[in-house]
Every structure is written in C-alpha cells, then in structure tokens.
Design a protein around this ligand. Structure first.
Ligand code: MN
Length: 196
C-alpha cells in the first residue's frame, strides 16, 4: 500500500478570482504531488508502508524521523487545506461551531481578526489553524511542515501561509490572500464536520 494523491474536491479554477487555476496547478499538481511522491519513496519497504497518514505522522514524530515526518505532514496538511476551502465558502458557520466562535472570539469578526493576526504573524513558511484543544476553540500556527494532526488537538480548518500558496496571485501581499480566504473561501461545513 502506498499513499495516494487525493483528487481535488473542485476544479482547479473553481476558487478564482481568489486563487487562480495557475496557483492550483502548481500547488496541487507540483507541491502536494511532490510531497506524496517523496513520502512513498521514503516509506517503501519499511513498516510505515502499511500505515495511513496520521499513523505515519505519529510514528515519525515518535522516532524523530524528520524526512518522513515533513513529507507525511505536508501530504496530510495539503489534503486538509483543499477541503478547508470551497467555491461556495466564506459566510459564517452555524449551530454549535458558531456558538463556540461566539464564546471564544465574541463574533465572526473577532474570529477573523484573530485568525488574520496569526496568519500574518507566522514568520516564514507555515500553517494557521483553527483547532479544538480539549473543549476550547483555538487559533494556532505551525512552522514549515508541522501539524496539529495526530496530537491531542483536533484540526478544524487550515490556511497554508507558505509563499508558494499565494505568490503567483498576491506576490508578497500575504494580507490580501488571508483576507480572500476569510471572506470568500472558508469551508465552514467542513470545519463543523470536524467537530464531531
Ligand atoms: Mn502548500
């Protein structure tokens, strides 16, 4: 068994004008595909070959196998990223997730401010996350390939803040990219489904 590159949940041009088809072609077709290919090479013929991605990540973390950890986490993070966005995204969550957001951030505007602050405050490459940390909703950032998956935290949403995620469309203007994500792309249905 090897890890396969999951299909994109929408067409490469579906997130335009916020994220171009050209960005998706590189980001999904080169970067994400590359992490999966590299991971499969690294685990070929090892006991990790039979595990799913979260278990590979857990095992690589425990054994400090950095090459496997980086590529496996990037493979997982990118699949989670595609699902964190939707052509029909933005708006705001409903039900239990909206209640949690109101408790933690006051309202959806408070959430967006905090998420934006975290995404812009991440120095260099990394990821910004909305997670459940126990019973508490929390925004957190990770560097490079690091991920809250296979930890005590439950990821709900993510945004990739590596330059490769936005440079073709926004050049060095990360704020425009983060705003486009928050206003137009966030897949709140996916986030809510991750609560359970
Ligand atoms: Mn990426």
């Amino acid at each position: 068994m090897s890890i396969s590159l999951p299909a994109l949940p929408y067409e490469p041009n579906a997130l335009e004008p916020h994220i171009s088809a050209r960005t998706m072609q590189y980001h999904y077709g080169k970067h994400h595909k590359g992490y999966v290919a590299k991971l499969n090479k690294l685990i070929e013929g090892t006991k990790l070959e039979k595990l799913d991605l979260p278990d590979i990540i857990r095992s690589a973390r425990d054994s400090a196998n950095t090459a496997v950890l980086n590529n496996a986490a990037q493979a997982w993070n990118h699949e989670f990223l595609w699902n964190s966005m939707s052509p029909d995204g933005g708006k705001q969550p409903e039900g239990k997730l909206m209640d949690l957001i109101a408790t933690e951030f006051g309202d959806i505007g408070g959430f967006k401010d905090e998420f934006k602050k975290a995404a812009l405050g991440q120095f260099g490459s990394g990821w910004t996350w909305l997670v459940m940390d126990g019973k508490k909703l929390r925004i957190t950032s990770t560097s490079n390939a690091d991920s809250p998956v296979a930890t005590d935290m439950q990821p709900l949403l993510t945004l990739d803040v590596w330059e490769h995620a936005y440079y073709l469309d926004y050049q060095n203007e990360r704020p425009g990219y983060v705003t486009a994500f928050l206003e137009n792309l966030v897949n709140w249905k996916f986030a809510a489904a991750n609560l359970d």
